[in-house]
Write a protein that binds this ligand. Structure first.
Ligand code: SAM
Length: 247
């Protein structure tokens, strides 16, 4: 097992190179870990989130921090839109490409994957009908800057759909939730992926990520309008949807 300093997790939030290599390392077990940590609910949440893009078969949607491509595939299967998935981890993208190629749908033609950082997207202004991001924003070094970058590439009237870990709605659930993520996740990770530190980082990044209202406010400050959210899993996961004004 990797040896990592105590402060690894919090430092890693600001070190994109470490985030990238961490996701390269866990890529092979990432989907299994997702299913276990969400008790199999994550794919359902992505499908519900995909509907919120308001996209259709004439749309092109950007799926930022696409990872192994599950959100990109959900958007394509639910809306029929073409999707461009962007991620900076080559190993996660290799799995995404393989997954899209192995579906029985037109996903292979409709979805493409590009290796790039979401901090500085290789696209022009106003290119996409919607931007989606699932469990990705909390890994980026500057949430506000990334939200502004998403606004730049979205067409006026287009949507931002963000699925992310959040804070339980009921105060009484907050301590058990913290225990669940800080003890149980790394424990499952140790058994399954033998990479305790990676999942220790994941639970720490959840802890420092802004809760529902704060994230909604951050989106407004970045220029997004009509920001709304709903909770899943008693608020441990939240879906924020916002619109780019000026249609
Ligand atoms: C937790 S995974 C989420 C994957 C997928 N969206 C999902 O729904 O499961 C986070 C992904 O964000 C990517 N990522 C983190 N920071 C990034 C950045 N600055 N630019 C591009 N990708 C990034 C990681 O490589 C990783 O694949």
């Amino acid at each position: 097992m990797n040896k990592a300093p105590e402060s690894y997790a919090k430092k890693a939030i600001k070190a994109p190179d470490r985030i990238r290599s961490m996701f390269n390392v866990v890529s092979g077990r990432y989907d299994l870990m997702n299913r276990l940590m969400t008790v199999g609910m994550d794919q359902r949440w992505r499908k519900i989130a995909a509907k919120s893009t308001d996209a259709d078969s004439s749309s092109v949607v950007l799926d930022a921090c696409t990872g192994t491509g599950d959100f990109a595939l959900a958007v394509n299967s639910v809306t029929g839109a073409k999707v461009i998935g962007v991620d900076f981890s080559k190993d996660m993208l290799d799995l995404a490409r393989e997954k899209a190629a192995n579906t029985n749908t037109s996903a292979n033609e409709d979805i493409s994957f590009i290796e790039a950082s979401v901090v500085n997207l290789p696209f022009s202004d106003n290119e996409f009908s919607a931007v989606t991001i699932g469990f990705g924003l909390r890994n980026t070094p500057d949430y506000r800057a990334v939200l502004r970058e998403f606004l730049r590439v979205t067409k006026p009237g287009g949507k931002l759909v963000c699925l992310e870990t959040s804070q339980p709605e009921y105060r009484i659930l907050r301590s058990p939730a913290r225990w669940f993520t800080s003890s149980l996740f790394p424990f499952i990770a140790r058994i399954i992926s033998n990479d305790y530190h990676a999942y220790r980082y994941l639970s720490d990044s959840m802890e420092v990520f802004p809760p529902q209202e704060e994230l909604a406010q951050m989106m407004k400050e970045a220029g997004w309008a009509e920001v709304k959210y709903r909770n899943f899993f008693a608020g441990m996961v939240a879906l924020h949807v916002a619109t780019k004004g000026g249609k």
